[in-house]
Ligand binder design. Structure first.
Ligand SMILES: Nc1nc2c(c(=O)[nH]1)N[C@H]1C(S)=C(S)[C@@H](COP(=O)(O)O)O[C@H]1N2
Ligand SMILES: [Mo]
Length: 226
C-alpha cells in the first residue's frame, strides 16, 4: 500500500559550473545552426552529433531514492488522482519502446530500449478533465519541466523504470524517469515524483532560464526567442 511520503527536498543547485554554462549558451544561442530538417529527411536533427556512450546531465545532485521509498503522485485537473508505490506501479501494463535521445547540448543517442508505463495508459487511468491542457513534472531533486498535454501523450512517451533490460540507474533518473523522445531530453524528467495536470502553462527549471518552451529538435527549438 502506498502511504504519503515526503523526503527532504534538496535545493537545486543554480550555480554549478555546467548549469551556469548552459544558461549562458541559452543567452548566446550557442549550437544553433539555423537549419531546419524534417524527421523524414534524416534521423539526426540539425546541429546534433551521435554519441555511443550515454552522458549524464542534471543539476549536479543525484537524489537517493530507492524503489522502496519511491512514490508517484498524479494530481491536478484529473478525475482519478493516483498515488502509487513502486510495486503498484509495476502491476500496471508494461510497454517496451525503442527511441532516440536528442540533448540540447548537441549529443544524440540512437536506439534506447525503455520499459515502463506508457503515458497514454497513465492518461487512461487518471482521466484528465476538460481544464487539463498542460502537464508539469516534479522531480525528487527539485527540478521541474512542463509539457503540452499532446506532447505528454505522444505514442512513444513513457514513465521508464528500465533501460536495455536493466533497472534505470540512479544517475539516469531511477527508479523512474519520464521519456518523451520527440522533444529535447531536458523534457524527460529524471527521478519523477509528481505529475500535475494544469489549465495554464507553467514553465519549468530550464524553460524559465532561456530554454524553449516546447523544445522540438527537428525545428531546433533550443532556446526561447526573448
Ligand atoms: N530531475 C531532473 N531531470 C532532468 C534533469 C535534471 O537536472 N533533473 N536534467 C535534464 C536534462 S538537461 C537532460 S539533458 C537529461 C539528461 O538525462 P541523462 O543524465 O540520463 O542523460 O535529463 C533531464 N531531466
Ligand atoms: Mo540537457
Amino acid at each position: 500500500m502506498a502511504e504519503p511520503h515526503e523526503p527532504p527536498q534538496p535545493e537545486p543547485s543554480h550555480d554549478s559550473k555546467l548549469t551556469r554554462s548552459k544558461q549562458r549558451w541559452a543567452q548566446q544561442g550557442r549550437f544553433l545552426t539555423g537549419q531546419v530538417a524534417r524527421p523524414e529527411d534524416q534521423r539526426l536533427p540539425p546541429g546534433q552529433h551521435l554519441t555511443r556512450d550515454w552522458p549524464t546531465l542534471d543539476l549536479g545532485l543525484t537524489p537517493d531514492i530507492s524503489r522502496e521509498h519511491w512514490r508517484l503522485d498524479v494530481h491536478g485537473a484529473i478525475a482519478h488522482p493516483i498515488f502509487w508505490d513502486f510495486a503498484e506501479f509495476l502491476t500496471q501494463r508494461q510497454a517496451n519502446f525503442v527511441s532516440d535521445i536528442h540533448c540540447v547540448t548537441t549529443w544524440s543517442r540512437y536506439d534506447n530500449q525503455w520499459r515502463g508505463f506508457s503515458t497514454r495508459d497513465l492518461l487512461a487511468a487518471c482521466q484528465p478533465n476538460d481544464r487539463a491542457r498542460f502537464v508539469v513534472l516534479h522531480c525528487y531533486d527539485g527540478y521541474t519541466t512542463n509539457l503540452a498535454l499532446e506532447d505528454f501523450a505522444a505514442e512513444d512517451a513513457l514513465l521508464a523504470h528500465s533501460w536495455s533490460g536493466t533497472p534505470l540507474t540512479a544517475e539516469h533518473g531511477g527508479p523512474v524517469r519520464l521519456v518523451v523522445p520527440h522533444l529535447y531530453f531536458w523534457k524527460s524528467a529524471k527521478w519523477l515524483q509528481a505529475i500535475e495536470f494544469v489549465a495554464e502553462d507553467a514553465p519549468g527549471y530550464w524553460e524559465v532560464r532561456g530554454y524553449h518552451n516546447r523544445g522540438d529538435p527537428w525545428l531546433e527549438q533550443r532556446y526561447s526567442d526573448d
